[in-house]
Design a protein around this ligand. Structure first.
Ligand SMILES: NC(=O)c1ccc[n+]([C@@H]2O[C@H](COP(=O)([O-])OP(=O)(O)OC[C@H]3O[C@@H](n4cnc5c(N)ncnc54)[C@H](O)[C@@H]3O)[C@@H](O)[C@H]2O)c1
Length: 272
């Protein structure tokens, strides 16, 4: 891990209760930031696997506090503008600022587009795309008003750059995240706000493991037949920490002239 210094800064992390979000939250804290750990802490009706619990959110907060930094715990659904606005206001009351927004919250389920219910479509688009817009909108308003710039990093996916088999709604949402990133970047550049996204390949996280548990390894193998095998490097699973490294760099001044990009952490998948 490179030696970043986020001391005096506040990072607002969505989907922070577990998986990649927990990894990002703890890493920002290890480098000196205070953290707002937010998560929905309940499972959506169309979900193929359990989402995080309040206990998971508390565990992330404890890990942040073990680094010596402060953690503010907020149960927040990224799909709900009133909740997002209230969470940003609560953060400003408690910490006075937000320097980094990490739009990590997301869901994934396996459905054919021609069979999918409207509810499945809506829950996906609302969580994985609208949620990124809502959180970016409210945090950007604060960053503009404060006048000291800021960093917004979102999680897209390799599915944000090509087709998915049994995941067309996920692909549509993640393509949207790439487009939203580019558009926010050109609108917010004049305020010194960098806006980027990270596009991971399959990550060893509760999301992936939940889908494997439900559908079996064969189903994941079937997806790969349509989209090509996931990685060109075989050194073991790509981990949340691998994605965290990209988040840290994009949130640092080392990347001060990097904006509007999608940084692939994909072990070469998209190079093929
Ligand atoms: N796991 C992968 O293979 C993979 C690959 C590429 C991209 N991603 C993306 O990475 C991000 C993190 O996923 P992960 O692998 O850590 O999965 P995860 O399921 O472990 O974590 C996602 C978190 O988001 C939370 N969440 C879901 N819906 C929410 C909502 N409406 N409001 C607030 N919080 C909500 C969940 O409770 C959970 O804690 C997601 O955006 C996902 O789409 C994952």
């Amino acid at each position: 891990m490179l030696d970043y210094d986020f001391s005096g800064q506040v990072a607002f992390v969505t989907g922070a209760a577990r998986g990649q979000g927990r990894s990002h939250a703890v890493a920002y804290a290890e480098h000196g930031a205070d953290i707002v750990v937010t998560d929905i802490c309940e499972t959506l009706e169309t979900s193929d696997y359990e989402l995080a619990s309040r206990g998971d959110l508390d565990k992330t907060a404890e890990l942040v506090e073990e680094t010596g930094q402060d953690a503010l715990r907020i149960e927040m659904d990224v799909r709900d503008e009133a909740q997002v606005q209230a969470a940003v206001e609560q953060t400003l009351e408690e910490f006075g600022r937000i320097d980094i927004l990490a739009n990590n919250a997301g869901i994934w389920n396996l459905e054919y587009l021609h069979e999918m219910s409207e509810q499945t479509w809506d829950e996906m688009i609302d969580t994985d795309l609208k949620g990124v817009w809502l959180c970016s909108k409210h945090v950007a308003q604060h960053m503009i008003e404060r006048g000291e710039g800021g960093k917004i990093v979102s999680t897209a996916s390799t599915a944000g750059h090509g087709a998915s088999y049994r995941g067309g709604h996920y692909t549509a949402a993640k393509h949207g995240v790439v487009g939203l990133t580019r558009s926010f970047a050109i609108e917010l550049g004049e305020y010194g706000i960098n806006v980027n996204c990270v596009s991971p390949t399959g990550i060893d996280s509760p999301m992936t493991n939940g889908l494997i548990e439900k559908y079996g390894e064969e189903a994941i193998g079937e997806l790969n037949e349509y989209t090509g095998s996931w990685n060109v490097m075989d050194d073991g699973p790509v981990t949340p920490q691998d994605v965290t490294e990209a988040y840290l760099w994009l949130s640092s001044d080392a990347a001060r002239y990097v904006t509007g990009t999608a940084l692939a952490v994909d072990a070469g998948l998209m190079a093929k």
